[in-house]
Design a protein around this ligand. Structure first.
Ligand SMILES: [Zn+2]
Length: 397
């Protein structure tokens, strides 16, 4: 066999089964609330994260975009959170996995329903709605789609409330009635508070007001700073310092018999601004061939093929992206467990005919159809440790 010249060899496609699949069932975001609810005696809940011992009053504080690796890299900016990290610092903190894709809508649904994406059915930033054939944005819920049909399962908060546990969410008032809140984070009491400080104080009050409680609170701006300026920017580190003080504020107000769990929906990866790191779908006729719709986001793509082109699109994407992305057919990704151990029938066709997950610090942008997203510094979505590992930190009283 003639050996090709080195400059002729394309990198081998990455085997689908080499992707580090999230730890569904034992150490993923979807396991957190069921573990806490099981400890509170809520029927039907399974304690997947066996290392956790829930308290009577439990609070989950979700910090949007704060990955485990980014937190570990910035101890000076987050002295309180860092004191809760693993054994060398005396804390019990450990990483858990976000789930695939590592993106806010998917992760919030995993947290609130206690189900992996293949079951709750929000498997991406944008996915195709099989009923209309159009892309639907899962974060902004555009175009509007009946929430209860899209995600029919009860939330863990609803189940907890039915079992006599006080359930509450403390977040921005703008999220009070959104479809995403409805399908992912409803049940019990919603408390709208604009400032982070007020959210911490309200979360503590919600805990104190009941003997058994499951309270959720949220802060978004670490993610926003990462997208705009990158995870090592002054703005990002300023946000990290701010959220560090918020966590301490809440920790210091915890009533007796409480546990505070600090976690996140995903981490983040900074992607350099050059053609090597940012492949532009809109400029690449090979990648565009046979593609009807491009969904997902830069590091976690759902590709929907025109009828009959599925195999060609898969082959072409594998060849063009080489070892920079894990490129799987829908069935391969499902078989490998990317979306969880099972896929509900109504979810199957929401997943792309081809699913592409970034391995390195690369991005598949679409400069024309997604100008804003294509200009972001920090990005997330895939299965690399930087975006998949999120903290699970604990403070107890
Ligand atoms: Zn984000």
């Amino acid at each position: 066999m003639v050996q090709p010249a080195p400059w002729d060899t394309d990198p081998e496609p990455l085997p689908v089964d080499s992707a580090p699949v999230p730890e569904y069932g034992r150490g993923s975001l979807a396991d957190l609330l069921p573990t806490l609810a099981a400890g509170l005696g809520v029927p039907g809940m399974t304690a997947g994260i066996t290392e956790l011992t829930p308290a009577d009053r439990n609070c989950v504080f979700l910090i949007d975009g704060l990955g485990w690796e980014q937190l570990r890299a910035h101890p000076q900016d987050a002295p309180f959170l860092s004191s809760l990290l693993g054994t060398s610092r005396g804390g019990t903190g450990r990483p858990i996995t976000a789930g695939y894709p590592a993106t806010t809508a998917t992760s919030l649904a995993s947290v609130g329903t206690g189900l992996p994406p293949g079951a709750h059915g929000l498997p991406g930033y944008t996915v195709r709605d099989p009923a209309t054939g159009a892309l639907m944005n899962q974060l902004r819920w555009q175009p509007w789609t009946a929430p209860a049909a899209w995600q029919p399962y009860p939330t863990v908060f609803q189940l907890a409330e039915q079992a006599g546990v006080h359930a509450a969410q403390v977040s921005s008032p703008t999220f009070a009635n959104t479809p995403l809140t409805k399908v992912a984070l409803s049940g019990g009491t919603f408390v709208g508070q604009l400032s982070g400080e007020d959210r911490m104080d309200s979360a503590a009050a919600q805990l104190a007001g009941a003997d058994r409680a499951l309270v959720y609170t949220y802060y978004s701006e670490v993610d926003g700073a990462g997208h705009r300026f990158g995870v090592d920017s002054d703005t990002w580190r300023g946000q990290l310092g701010h959220v560090d003080r918020l966590v301490q504020r809440l920790a210091e107000q915890l009533p007796p018999r409480s546990a505070l769990y600090v976690t996140a929906d995903h981490g983040m990866v900074d992607v350099p601004f050059d053609e090597e790191h940012r492949v532009d779908f809109d400029e690449d006729w090979e990648l565009k061939a046979g593609v009807a719709l491009l969904g997902g986001e830069g590091r976690a793509r759902h590709v929907y093929a025109v009828p009959g082109a599925r195999g060609d699109v898969l082959a072409c994407w594998r060849e063009v992206l080489g070892d920079r992305f894990w490129v799987a057919s829908r069935d391969e990704a499902i078989e490998a467990g990317w979306f969880g151990p099972r896929i509900d029938d109504r979810v199957y066709d929401r997943i792309g005919d081809v699913v592409a997950a970034a391995r390195d610090d690369v991005l598949l942008i679409a400069s024309e159809r997604e100008p804003k997203e294509s200009a972001m510094v920090g990005n997330h979505g895939s299965m690399t440790p930087a975006e998949q590992f999120v903290p699970l930190l604990e403070v107890r009283t």
